[in-house]
Design a protein around this ligand. Structure first.
Ligand code: SF4
Length: 289
């Protein structure tokens, strides 16, 4: 897949094994910007000792409003080889984290799998969380069947024009829905242990954008009617304009309380009843990155 890269729906066709790079800038090694126990993720991932988060640099998306653009688009981070990445995973396990939370894994998946294989021989047993922007190929996801325990994709938009304008990819809604169906087929609804910590399943994130740009109505309809009314959903309030968002008048202000609670109401109206803890505005320490 890397020789004519088709790891993600961008299908750049470059030979990454030969050092060429496509839209995600990555060639033969993963880059990590930071890692550690994270307490701002969703409640079932955080538990009592935090989610063992690893932030991978760059992304297969180019969202104008990316809340982490210094990592995803400006390339903050350092390359890691197989052994280093395996040791990072084991260090998170040693700190008591409840899972290994792979943030933006899509474009570096082969290197993650290589490291997981090694880490397992060294004693890694935690659930793996695939925390992506939701722009994933079904063919690539099929390779993860039986490896990933928890899928945590975004659903960013339900309108093609908006997806094209804000992330440069018109087919995001179609690709995203197919990816979510495949993720749910593999792992089903989110299952928690007796302490309320996630063990396996699907958890969806939806960042509310100002002026209804995120298309919440269709997102929650799809989840309730085409996935499951038991879908665990985090409707997020923390949007703030950054990076190139100021160039788009409709994006150039935070989400207001009315817009946020309208999104919550829409989810409830569709019968979605497993919403992550929420209130408006979110305190900083509760803000997922
Ligand atoms: S993973 Fe990177 S190089 Fe490969 S298709 Fe996606 S954006 Fe292009």
């Amino acid at each position: 897949m890397l020789e004519e890269c088709c790891l993600c729906p961008r299908r750049c066709g470059v030979n990454r094994q030969a050092g060429e790079s496509g839209k995600c800038y990555i060639t033969t090694e993963a880059i990590v910007s930071s890692y550690g126990p994270h307490f701002g993720e969703e409640a079932p991932l955080v538990g009592s000792h935090g989610s063992g988060t690893i932030f991978f640099t760059y992304c297969n998306l180019r969202c104008l409003f990316c809340q982490n653009y210094t990592i995803s688009q400006l390339g903050e981070g350092s390359p890691v080889n197989r052994e280093e990445l395996a040791r990072i995973m084991l260090s998170l396990q040693a700190k008591g984290c409840h899972n290994i939370n792979l943030v933006s894994p899509t474009h570096v998946l082969p290197y993650i799998l290589d490291a997981v294989e090694l880490a397992v021989t060294m004693g890694l047993y935690l659930p793996l969380v695939y925390n992506s922007g939701g722009y994933d190929c079904v063919e690539t996801l099929e390779l993860l069947d039986g490896i990933v325990d928890i899928y945590m994709p975004d659903m960013k938009y339900s309108d093609e024009k908006t997806a094209e304008q804000l992330s440069g990819i018109k087919d995001y809604p179609k690709v995203n829905k197919a990816a979510i169906r495949e993720m749910h087929r593999q792992v089903d609804d989110l299952q928690l242990d007796e302490q309320g910590v996630a063990q396996r399943g699907l958890l969806v994130r939806h960042l509310v954008l100002p002026n209804r740009l995120a298309g919440t109505k269709e997102v929650v309809r799809f989840l309730a009617h085409e996935v499951s009314t038991n879908t665990y959903l985090n409707i997020m309030a923390q949007y703030h304009p950054c990076h190139k968002a100021f160039d788009i008048p409709l994006l150039s202000r935070p989400v207001n309380k009315q817009e946020f609670y309208e999104a919550i109401d829409l989810a409830h109206q569709q019968g979605l009843h497993r919403l992550d803890r929420y209130h408006f505005p979110l305190p900083l320490w509760l803000t997922p990155r």
